[in-house]
Design a protein around this ligand. Structure first.
Ligand code: ARG
Length: 392
């Protein structure tokens, strides 16, 4: 399931009359085409200035190099299951190319012993309207992850001349780009300084991961995090604003190790965001939502506590809320998250479920493991009352 059928991309002539082959404005419109990640060739994430992986439960050194074949097979089985469910709902599914992530990278400005994986396309690449943007990335081991998606990007780009394609500035990833001291700050000091929003990357270069963005039509919210700095947000703003898109930074001060917004603030349909009760929005940043009639609804406690997460998983229990919307009324959730199923059901959603626990140790769940290429719909303004506009 992890290769693409080369003959299947439609021709430009056919596409001309319809929606561009790449077109997606938000996280909830009906999903037509999606890329589902693959664990083929995956490695353990290496220790580097932007990442300090640890074994849960304090079990010694974090492994290095390729992941064992059975671990990869278990994750692939679940990823294939997601692909099959999506296909059965009429969504066209494509998969990344196989990359050997065990290859070391030696660049003029950094070295890294091995790379990571192509399980989470969400982190690397984003569709905004008919534009594909490849993120700068924030970690050395992920610098070349875009290669897993290049065959697909070229096919989309070649098949429809309305598709735009941008790669963000390449960061140096040299030692000076990072704040290594971040990793040794005591917890009390982290709380005392939580409003400074300074994490493991410095502010000098443009740095962002695609998964720190959440798309709401004309408005794109971007989280300041360990993986996205203020220069990264400025670059996105300068790039997207001429197209009429408002880029709005958001902050979740109680998340002391923030990375990727999709376990923290997850829009489900116009007017409704699933929020993380442990990570409220910065005071004042909720005003825009409230004034425009949006409801922020807290996710229930995940069924697995942080202690019960897979041994090598570097994410929190809040992967529970990393759901994938396939329309404003249908959401795919991890199969064991029954309290969340009940909440979504009471909010009027049809809840579809798949097992996905073995994917957790690859850094994400259902939203992370996908890149939506095409959703029905156009650019809408969901925040017409901008009296509390904080875009500065
Ligand atoms: N840092 C998040 C958490 O632990 C996980 C984010 C996963 N998202 C992703 N797109 N890989 O809560």
């Amino acid at each position: 399931m992890t290769t693409n059928d080369p003959g299947s991309m439609e021709t430009p002539q056919v596409e001309r009359s319809r929606t561009p082959v790449v077109s997606s404005w938000n996280e909830w419109d009906p999903l037509e085409e999606v890329v589902v990640g693959s664990a083929d060739g995956a490695c353990f994430e290496p220790t580097e200035p932007g990442c300090r992986p640890t074994v849960r439960g304090g079990g010694g050194a974090f492994p290095t190099g390729p992941k064992p074949a059975e671990m990869i097979a278990r994750a692939n089985e679940e990823l294939d299951g997601l692909a099959a469910l999506l296909t059965s709902r009429g969504v066209r599914v494509r998969r990344p190319s196989t990359v050997d992530f065990a290859t070391a990278v030696s660049a003029p400005t950094f070295d890294v012993a091995n790379q990571y994986c192509a399980v989470c396309p969400r982190d690397v690449i984003v569709t905004i309207g008919s534009e594909i943007i490849e993120a700068t990335m924030s970690r050395r081991a992920r610098y070349f992850e875009f290669l897993a998606y290049r065959d697909l990007v070229y096919r989309y780009w070649n098949s429809d001349d309305r598709v735009r394609w941008t790669t963000a500035p390449r960061p140096s990833m040299r030692d000076e780009m990072y704040r290594e001291e971040f990793w040794s700050i005591p917890l009390e000091e982290r709380y005392a300084r939580m409003h400074s929003f300074e994490f493991c990357i410095s502010q000098d270069e443009v740095v962002f991961d695609a998964a720190d963005m959440s798309r709401f039509g004309r408005d794109v919210f971007v989280q300041e995090s360990m993986t996205t700095n203020r220069a990264g947000i400025r670059w996105l703003r300068r790039h997207l604003e001429p197209q009429g898109i408002r880029v709005r930074p958001v902050h979740f001060p109680l998340d002391l190790f923030p990375s990727h917004i999709d376990c923290t603030f997850v829009p489900l349909r116009p007017g409704l965001v699933l929020t993380n009760p442990d990570r409220p929005l910065l005071d004042g940043e909720d005003r825009l939502f409230i004034e425009n009639g949006w409801k922020l609804v807290n996710a229930p406690e995940p069924t697995t506590g942080n202690d019960g997460m897979p041994r090598y998983c570097q994410s929190s229990k809040w992967l529970s809320m990393n759901v994938l919307s396939i329309s404003p009324t249908e959401v795919i959730c991890e199969e064991r998250e029954t309290p969340l199923h009940a909440l979504l059901d009471s909010l009027g959603f049809e809840v579809l479920t798949v097992p996905f626990r073995h994917v957790f140790e690859y850094g994400g769940s259902l939203h992370c493991a996908t890149w939506d290429v095409r959703r029905t719909g156009t650019m809408e303004d969901y925040f017409p009352d901008a009296s509390s506009d904080q875009a500065t």
